[in-house]
Ligand binder design. Sequence first.
Ligand SMILES: Cc1cc2nc3c(=O)[nH]c(=O)nc-3n(C[C@H](O)[C@H](O)[C@H](O)COP(=O)(O)OP(=O)(O)OC[C@H]3O[C@@H](n4cnc5c(N)ncnc54)[C@H](O)[C@@H]3O)c2cc1C
Length: 372
Amino acid sequence: MIDCDVAIVGAGPAGCAAARECTRKGLTTVIVEKKKIPRHKACSGILAPASINFLSEHFGDVPQDVLAVPSHVNAMRMHFPGGHRGDIPIHGLMIRRDRLDAWLCKASRAEILDETKMQSFTEGTDGVDLLCIKSNGKRLEVHSRILIAADGGASRMVKQIDPQLTAKLTWYVALQETYACRCHLELGFFHFFAFPEISPYPSAYIKDDLLVMEVVVRVEDKATRAMARFKEYLWKRIGIEQARLVRRLGCRVTYAAPRGLFCFGTERILVSGEASGLLNLFGEGISSALASGRIAGRVSFNSIHQGVSPGRLYRQEIEAEKRKTISTFNYKTLLFREGNAFNFKKGLHAMTCKERLIFSRNLLKWLLAVKG
Ligand SMILES: Cc1cc2nc3c(=O)[nH]c(=O)nc-3n(C[C@H](O)[C@H](O)[C@H](O)COP(=O)(O)OP(=O)(O)OC[C@H]3O[C@@H](n4cnc5c(N)ncnc54)[C@H](O)[C@@H]3O)c2cc1C
């Protein structure tokens, strides 16, 4: 049995940012992670400026071995049917997700219990009891004064806390395949293909000399079929004949923000990161995971020291982050304001009038098709 101030479920950016804040303030902190660290996670690994700034302020410079090759992504290159395209500046860093999270874990200075799955939890008046199962089948009990749920998009904890909310959400499956091959896809870009007949969000890019392809489909559709359609289109276009599959990863994803379907937890359970519904437009979620994790850590400390309700304090303090995520889905803000992760304003400005018109028409057509 482990007794601690704060237990955290999930060793992604949200869990690690929460842990870092807790340990910095002297709280005994344990992270429970079901996978062995380092672990892969379906993610393009683009750090938006907000994530880069957060990491440099709270964790230090991103280590060299976390950076991929190339280490910078200059733009999202949007491809449309008919051969039109347009570049939307990103100014992000391209990272190796397994190494980023392993670095964050170590830097958090929390006790890391990896290969340990949270099986169930019970909330009491003085804390939360967790029952975990280790990969060797052994049971482990953890008691904490506060529990931070940072268990990612298809959160098992949120499903138990608010099953009705989980049932209301529209679920997608993301499939990512990585190939070793020779191909002619331009480096330094995140290529987005606005071809709804393939999938709502097909994308591809080169990282560490490998071709990474991603599709996202509604949960009732087959992601493997969408990937086959994407491969048939892309491989012909960029001249790939033979490719070796290196890795296939998948996960469930939902966009809670446009409908305001967030879950921030209960009295002693604080839900942070993607588990809470904080996922921005185009699936950018590392920045909000880091920010909300830190808020959960800060609230844990303040509530323990001031003897106030952690749940109520968290719901107050997370409000700004929630509003920030919702605002990324506001198309007026997206197109006309600078400072977004995807700088549409700058991208549109760099186009000629004719290009801008074609781009906007194509973007609208794609948006309408995806919204169905
Ligand atoms: C295809 C794809 C591409 C993406 N690309 C980007 C991108 O380029 N940039 C960006 O900013 N965001 C991107 N995202 C989103 C980003 O990956 C997530 O928003 C981010 O990882 C959320 O962080 P988190 O800490 O909340 O959860 P996660 O990173 O998902 O971490 C949750 C952790 O909890 C663990 N866990 C789950 N259940 C249990 C359990 N029962 N017991 C113990 N541990 C458990 C998991 O193993 C996992 O390690 C992408 C997402 C997808 C699907």
